[in-house]
Design a protein. Structure first.
Lengths: 239, 89
């Protein structure tokens, strides 16, 4: 069992940017229409942001304001599917015997976002990029709790998922729309996360679990549960 | 527009498109402006990407290890001269 505080949060999805947008969505969640919209990252210099994919822009847009004024802030970046549009572009070039784009290649790796984060923020704290099946949020939370336990005054946890290209539609079912969530975590006991194991029926939830957690957070519920394979994660807020 | 100017114009367009320079137009790039580091401020990933774009568009191979390759990529004018020489060869 781990304990922590969720000190601040930020989230982005097409059409949902402000805290009020998210409060409304969390009260009455709906599927968002397909959109090419990308978050505003104009706080980055033009030469730096031109190569950022939407996945990276989402991560920066939720993470940057949370990191404001904080130095030596460790970052845990979680994405289950990563840069699927870039991967498809690269694989398509390979299939057509075309040379690969160095930019696409260098930014398709899973730790590209944290590498850019480190360069653009001049941040040399510990950073981790995770891809952990259906419960990446919780594995990221474990990693963050370990960093807090080591003495970090705060840890930034960022979950970012891009809607995969149509070619992957038969295999990827857990990204109804692109979204990102950033949580600024601090030591404390306002929240606890507990893992139980056992054979559980996998229940398909309509919304990604990171957004279910946000609903719990914003609608003042006391708890939420997330089951994946034989792992049952219980999130509980101190009453 | 003379042939060399039109080639320079094409190369500027290629640079903007291949490197995603959304905020820059052809008129913002001088043919004798340094492309890498100083000047336009492109970096090593841009060098690889631009090398690839030129090979694709003009249909010849660039030897990345040849010692004069770096000089060909100094500015738009030197790139245009390089492409012209390669196409004549």
């Amino acid at each position: 069992m781990i304990n922590f505080n969720i000190s601040q949060w930020r989230a982005w999805a097409p059409g949902l940017e402000s805290a009020d947008d998210w409060r409304a969505w969390c009260q009455a969640p709906v599927l968002l229409p397909a959109s090419e919209a990308s978050p505003d990252v104009s706080f980055l210099p033009a030469m730096q942001r031109r190569r950022l994919s939407r996945l990276a822009r989402m991560a920066f847009s939720v993470g940057w304001p949370l990191a404001e004024g904080l130095q030596d802030l460790p970052l845990v970046f979680v994405s289950r599917h990563g840069e699927t549009p870039r991967t498809l572009d690269i694989l398509s070039d390979l299939a057509n015997d075309q040379p690969l784009s160095p930019t696409q290649f260098s930014l398709s790796v899973h730790n590209a976002v944290i590498g850019l984060w480190s360069i653009l923020r001049n941040e040399t704290s510990e950073m981790t990029a995770l891809a952990a099946a259906g419960d990446g949020l919780e594995h990221g939370m474990l990693e963050a709790a370990a960093l807090l336990n080591e003495g970090a005054p705060a840890v930034l946890l960022v979950i970012s998922e891009e809607q995969p290209p149509e070619a992957y539609a038969n295999w990827i079912h857990d990204v109804p729309f692109p979204y990102a969530l950033g949580l600024l975590l601090t030591p404390g006991d306002e929240w606890q996360l507990e893992l139980r194991t056992g054979t559980v029926q996998h229940t398909h939830t309509q919304w990604p679990h990171a957004l279910n957690l946000l609903r719990t957070l914003l609608t003042e519920q006391g708890a939420c549960q997330h089951a994946w394979k034989n792992r049952v994660w219980n999130w509980q807020r101190k009453p | 527009m003379s042939n060399s100017n039109s080639l320079e114009h094409d190369i500027k367009t290629l640079i903007i498109e291949a490197l995603g320079l959304e905020d820059i137009s052809v008129d913002d790039i001088n043919s004798d402006q340094t492309l890498f580091g100083e000047g336009l401020g492109l970096d090593s990933v841009d060098a690889l990407e631009l090398g690839l774009a030129i090979q694709k568009k003009y249909g010849f191979k660039i030897d990345a290890d040849a010692k004069d390759t770096r000089n060909h990529f100094t500015n738009v004018a030197s790139l245009a001269a390089f492409v012209t020489a390669k196409q004549a060869a």
